[in-house]
Write a protein that binds this ligand. Structure first.
Ligand code: PFF
Length: 452
């Protein structure tokens, strides 16, 4: 594994930081609030938390355990563990999923870059609710600008991976992540002082059970996979670098706790502001990008707050893009059977991602905006396809792989502990992977296909 030269993951903290860096990103601050807004607020939060416990935790542990046992990246881990080629397709499937997802993720990171620039030049200052909405639409319809904004983070990520300094960035995020949390906490205080904020809190925390429908389950499960970065086998790579004595359960729990905390904080900022400023909670993907500038304008040191917040958001996104692009680079090296070195692979990955970015942006606003598949443009389609179908599908395959095809007698593939109070862990994990995860994902799929 090429990455091991400069992975820096020989410390426990290194793995936790890398995994948390991959997990915490736009999924928490951008996607979670808009999904919650479109799916009933408190009802979505409740179902989401349930999904995190039912799928998120066991699957994150599974990926880490597979990686630690195999000592290989996603592409070869299944072959290494099963001893045959029958599960190799799962490596290909993950690589394809990551490829579709990465372009999409860079487009949204580009929106962040755009708003960071706007914060620096103070261009959204003084705008009201309606103006912020039209401003967002105007930005999005400028395809060349949006492509440029998305290519900037692609090049930053490529440079970081080219020079092999990703572990440095993850270490840097040890300082930046708490800063992001502090910044978000200050924003929480500010929004709670706004008139009408209580209604937003009620919307976010009070579950209206009539909103809990099968499709909310599907969205919440997809959001859980997306936010925790599970279902792509990406955490397998981190597991491969994890020291044997590190407690998998504790590490997974820490990552999940941090990830969920950031998502909930984002909700506590967005929804009170949505109601106070008169936005529609079901606004969709633009929700956060119109609400945040409104909030930031009302902070003390408004300019500094805006620049600081969008910088931190950009860095949080970058630690996720690093993990995504690394999978593509590792897959290219693996496919070429060592003929392409890391630098060539970085160049190829960069080129391919730029093509995806251009296609997605043009499908939203540009020449291909008329091209609709199943009622979605290519940008929306990539999100729905990856989050609601491809990631849950590989999660299902992975749970079957460990739950039914790999014997649980293999102690390395099951969390265990000498401590008496943790004796329930092993049977709970086994039961969850054998029954709960596969049945729940199957039901969600069948619902998605309109069977119920
Ligand atoms: N978990 C990241 C986020 O919430 O922003 C997105 C992501 C990164 C998803 C890496 C999947 C992945 F493999």
């Amino acid at each position: 594994m090429e990455q091991s030269k400069n992975s820096g993951f020989n410390s426990k903290l290194g793995v936790i930081l890398a995994a948390a860096g991959s997990a915490i990103g736009l999924g928490n601050i951008w996607k979670f609030p808009y999904e919650a807004g479109q799916n009933g607020g408190g009802a979505f939060l409740l179902v989401y938390l349930l999904c995190v416990i039912l799928f998120g935790m066991p699957l994150l542990m599974t990926e880490i355990l597979i990686g630690r046992k195999a000592g290989q990246s996603t592409f070869s881990a299944f072959r290494a563990i099963s001893g045959n080629n029958r599960w190799q397709w799962l490596g290909w499937w993950s690589a394809l999923t990551v490829l579709i997802l990465t372009g999409f993720y860079f487009v949204v990171t580009g929106w962040c870059v755009n708003y960071l620039y706007e914060a620096v030049v103070n261009s959204y200052a003084g705008m009201g609710t309606d103006e912020l909405l039209t401003h967002f639409t105007a930005n999005m319809s400028n395809a060349p600008k949006m492509i440029l904004c998305a290519i900037i983070p692609v090049l930053c990520t490529a440079a970081i991976l080219w020079f092999g300094v990703s572990s440095g960035i993850e270490r840097l995020s040890k300082i930046l992540m708490p800063l992001l949390l502090i910044m978000m906490s200050l924003m929480v205080v500010r929004v709670l002082l706004l008139d009408g904020s209580g209604e937003g809190l009620r919307f976010f925390f009070y579950p209206d059970f009539s909103h809990i429908t099968p499709s909310v389950f599907m969205e919440a499960a997809g959001q859980c996979f997306f936010s925790l970065s599970v279902g792509l086998g990406l955490m397998i790579t981190y597991g491969a670098y994890m020291p044997k004595e590190q407690d998998v359960t504790k590490t997974s729990f820490q990552v999940i706790l941090l990830d969920t905390l950031v998502a909930v904080l984002a909700g506590v900022i967005i929804f009170p502001a949505v109601f106070a400023f008169g936005f529609d909670p079901a606004e969709g993907p633009q929700l956060v990008f119109v609400v945040l500038p409104a909030v930031l304008q009302h902070m003390s040191f408004a300019w500094l707050s805006g620049v600081a917040f969008f910088t931190l958001l950009f860095i949080a996104a970058l630690t996720s893009t690093i993990s995504l692009m690394e999978v593509i680079i590792a897959s290219i090296m693996e496919m070429s059977r060592g003929k392409l070195n890391r630098h060539y692979s970085v160049l190829i990955a960069t080129g391919v991602i730029c093509i995806f970015v251009a296609i997605y942006v043009l499908s939203m606003t540009g020449v291909w905006s008329g091209l609709q598949i199943c009622g979605h443009n290519l940008f929306d389609l990539s999100d729905t396809l990856v989050t609601n179908y491809m990631m849950p599908f590989s999660a299902l395959a992975m749970s079957l792989f460990i739950g039914w095809f790999m014997p649980f007698q293999d102690n390395d593939l099951v969390p265990h502990s000498q401590k008496r109070y943790k004796q329930w862990l092993r049977p709970a994990f086994v039961f969850s992977l054998r029954w709960i995860v596969p049945i729940a994902i199957l039901l969600i799929f069948l619902n998605g296909l309109g069977v119920f």
